[in-house]
Design a protein around this ligand. Structure first.
Ligand code: UDP
Length: 472
């Protein structure tokens, strides 16, 4: 099956053999909303490269959510594979995605004889060739896994953006954890957001020299989006322009929270809204009908709760920045909110982002209504407690991840100078725990040190104390 029949070229960047540019193409695969958000800054960075250029492959799953985001960033996908509309099963998606991607690679790389050797340098040695040097896939979606599989099937190296997140239970979240692990087996090069993600990969036997820690590209995207100061797009949200009102943002959609857990989260939100009538709660309700039915049943009619459709990413970034506190089970929100100064109550039993829990910008609350209520009220009422949670350096990134990705790929293909390493080289708490201290003692001792050695401020001591108090 050829991509000509399955894929739709979006502009004349050339699926054919016509000479397009001397820059070397990197395929950038996306299809779901989180992929588009987190790949967007990578595409922007590659567009600025003198050596490389992005070739954006939209798999087509969440088109209505993906295209407006890309449009706002000035990105037009080069091709749309138009998959995922009928294929509602995981197997159907794998089948369709491998088939469509294979057709695309046929067009880009030529027939079977050309598929059998790596082409990373082929592209660099033959400027103007439509051959891509590599395929960039993101995270943990089934389409990313299938695109990786199709790429490796014709020796096109796979580069994994947001590599190394783990729960280690392939059934939770399913199929995301399985997809992540499978992509890690396929990837030639792993771009890990944090040192902890790198450690996960090393533990699984990945060569540390094939991993580069970059920070999460989602933070780059959020800074860009929040900075646009987009209109809210819903007149009910104009109330947020009053800076004196506390704002609580809630999102929930994970499979493991459907049913009773979401009902408990909604009950907790109702109590918070009733106990703090000046607070405004904004809950963009996920399109899954099972989420909507429960949330509306419990929260309809509560005057200071605004239930909306999912909000476009760019105003959503502004909303996260405006929020006093977020309650969410979303992976992306856990990383993004702290980077714009908003603490997050994570409505999950476990998180594949323990760095944020350890650093203190996230608190795991599961769906325990009492915990959600008391911690959220504590944060709404006490600016000091909020500052304690968010003054910590965001462990997920500094907003420059995609520049590191670009530099790393240029180094890979053209042997330009290697980019500098990102991130701290060790975790103080881990060393202290290995020395026999428990986390509570570390928090208390750190706050004593902060009090007796003001010159060492910034060490997080005061924050640690506040956090320990909040959690009790
Ligand atoms: N998001 C959005 N509008 C909303 C809710 C979330 O644009 O109404 C964004 C959010 O900023 C984050 C991404 O969507 O970047 C998270 O997607 P989701 O929660 O679906 O997936 P997860 O992060 O859990 O994989």
């Amino acid at each position: 099956m050829s991509a000509r029949t399955t894929a739709e070229p979006q502009e004349s960047t050339g699926l054919g053999r016509d000479r397009v540019s001397d820059r070397v193409r990197c395929l950038v695969v996306m299809g779901t909303r989180p992929e588009a958000i987190k790949m967007l800054p990578v595409v922007q960075a590659l567009k600025k490269s003198r050596l490389l250029m992005p070739f954006v492959v939209n798999t087509g799953q969440h088109e209505h959510m993906v295209l407006p985001i890309l449009e706002a960033a000035g990105i037009t996908p080069d091709v749309n594979l138009r998959i995922g509309r009928q294929a509602n099963t995981i197997n159907g998606l794998v089948r369709d995605c491998v088939g469509a991607f294979d057709g695309l690679l046929d067009d880009l790389r030529g027939g079977a004889e050309r598929r059998m050797r790596p082409r990373l340098f082929g592209a660099a040695e033959h400027p103007g060739s439509p051959y891509p040097a590599l395929t960039l896939v993101h995270g943990d979606t089934t389409s990313a896994m299938a695109a990786g599989l199709a790429s490796i099937g014709c020796k096109l190296p796979v580069v994994h953006v947001e590599a190394g997140l783990r729960t280690r239970d392939i059934l939770s979240p399913f199929p995301e954890e399985l997809n992540r692990q499978l992509i890690s087996r396929m990837a030639a090069f792993h771009l890990a957001p944090t040192p902890a993600n790198q450690a996960n990969l090393v533990r699984e036997g990945v060569d540390p020299q094939r991993i580069f820690v970059t920070g999460n590209t989602g933070i780059d995207a959020l800074h860009w989006a929040a900075g646009l100061h987009a209109p809210w797009g819903d007149p009910r949200l104009e109330v947020l322009n009053d800076p004196s009102l506390p704002v609580v943002v809630v999102t929930a959609h994970r499979r493991e929270n459907l049913g009773e857990p979401i009902r408990r989260i909604a009950e907790a939100v109702r109590t918070i809204a009733e106990m703090r009538p000046r607070a405004v709660v904004v809950w963009p309700v996920h399109p899954n009908p099972r989420v909507g039915a429960d949330v509306h049943e419990i929260l309809d009619g509560v005057p200071n709760v605004i239930l909306t459709e999912p909000i476009d990413y760019i105003p959503f970034a502004r909303l996260l920045q405006r929020a006093t506190v977020a309650i969410s089970d979303s992976g992306g929100v856990q990383e993004e909110a702290p980077s714009v100064g908003t603490p997050v109550l994570v409505a999950r039993e476990e998180s594949e982002r323990p760095e944020g829990v350890e650093a203190g910008s996230l608190i795991l609350v599961g769906s325990d209504p009492e915990k959600i209520r008391s911690i959220a009220l504590g944060l709404i009422d006490d600016p000091g407690a909020r500052i304690a949670m968010t003054s910590i350096t965001n462990p997920f990134g500094d907003g420059r991840a995609s520049e590191r990705v670009r530099a790393a790929l240029e180094h890979l293909v053209f042997d330009t100078p290697a980019p500098e390493r990102y991130g701290v080289s060790f975790n103080r708490s881990r060393v202290l725990e290995a020395s026999g201290y428990d986390p509570e003692e570390i928090a208390i001792t750190s706050s004593m040190i902060a009090a007796t050695h003001p010159e060492a401020r910034g060490s997080g001591g005061a924050s640690a104390n506040k956090l320990a108090a909040l959690r009790r």
